[in-house]
Design a protein around this ligand. Structure first.
Ligand code: 5GP
Length: 188
C-alpha cells in the first residue's frame, strides 16, 4: 500500500466465460488484503453456495428494507426474477481503512456505480478474441444451446461497451492477468 493514501474502488466487468472468477481468485490469493464485495440477493442459494461468502442470501422484505434505507451502492432486478445489490457500507469501510476494494458486477451495475462514484476505477476484462470467447464458453459445456446464445448476446453488448472503461485488460494467462490487475489497483 502506498502510505496512507486511499485506494479507489475498482469495478471489474467482463463477459461470460472470460475467466473472471479464476482471475479474481488468483488475485485474492496473491493479495488477500483486497476486500471483495459480497452482493446481497433474493435468489435462493445453489448447492455449495455459502451465505456470507458467495452472497448474502436475504428475503425480499429485507432487500426492500435495505433499498429504502439506502444501504445499496447499486441494485438491480436480474432476469425479472430476483434482486441483487451491492452493500455500500463494507466498501466504504474497506476504503476508509486503506484497503483496496473490488466489485465484480454486470455492466448495468457498473454504470450505476460510476454515476454514484465517478472516481471508481473501471476495468474491463476482455478475451483475446471473440472466437476465443465462444470456444471457451462451448468448452465449458455447462450451458444449454439456448442459454449459450443468450449469454453470447449479452457478451456482445458488453464487448461493445469496452470504450466506457478506464482500462481494458486482455486475459491471456490467469497469473499474468491477476498481476496486471494488481498493478492497476496500485498493489504491485
Ligand atoms: P447469479 O444468480 O448467476 O449468481 O448472477 C446473476 C447475475 O447477477 C450475474 O450477471 C451477476 O453479474 C449479477 N449480479 C450479481 N451480483 C450483483 C450485484 O450486486 N449487482 C448487480 N447489478 N448485478 C449483480
Amino acid at each position: 500500500m502506498r502510505g496512507m493514501e486511499k485506494h479507489r474502488l475498482t469495478v471489474l466487468v467482463g463477459p461470460t466465460a472470460v475467466g473472471k472468477g479464476t482471475v479474481v481468485a488468483r488475485l485474492l490469493e496473491l493479495y488477500p488484503e483486497i476486500y471483495l464485495s459480497i452482493s446481497a440477493t433474493t435468489r435462493p442459494a445453489r448447492p455449495g453456495e455459502v451465505d456470507g461468502k458467495h452472497y448474502h442470501f436475504i428475503s425480499r422484505e429485507k432487500f426492500k428494507q435495505m433499498v429504502d434505507e439506502g444501504d445499496f451502492l447499486e441494485w438491480a432486478e436480474v432476469h425479472g426474477m430476483n434482486y441483487y445489490g451491492t452493500p455500500r457500507r463494507p466498501i466504504e469501510e474497506a476504503l476508509e481503512s486503506g484497503r483496496a476494494a473490488l466489485l465484480e458486477i454486470d455492466l448495468a451495475g457498473a454504470r450505476l456505480v460510476r454515476e454514484q462514484m465517478p472516481d471508481a476505477h473501471m476495468i474491463f476484462l476482455a478475451p483475446p478474441s471473440w472466437d476465443e470467447l465462444v470456444s471457451r464458453l462451448r468448452g465449458r459445456g455447462s450451458e444449454t444451446e439456448e442459454e449459450m446464445e443468450r449469454r453470447l448476446q449479452t457478451a456482445r453488448l458488453e464487448m461493445e461497451a469496452q470504450g466506457e472503461f478506464d482500462e481494458v485488460v486482455v486475459n491471456l494467462e490467469v497469473d499474468r492477468t491477476a498481476r496486471e490487475l494488481a498493478s492497476l489497483m496500485g498493489l504491485a
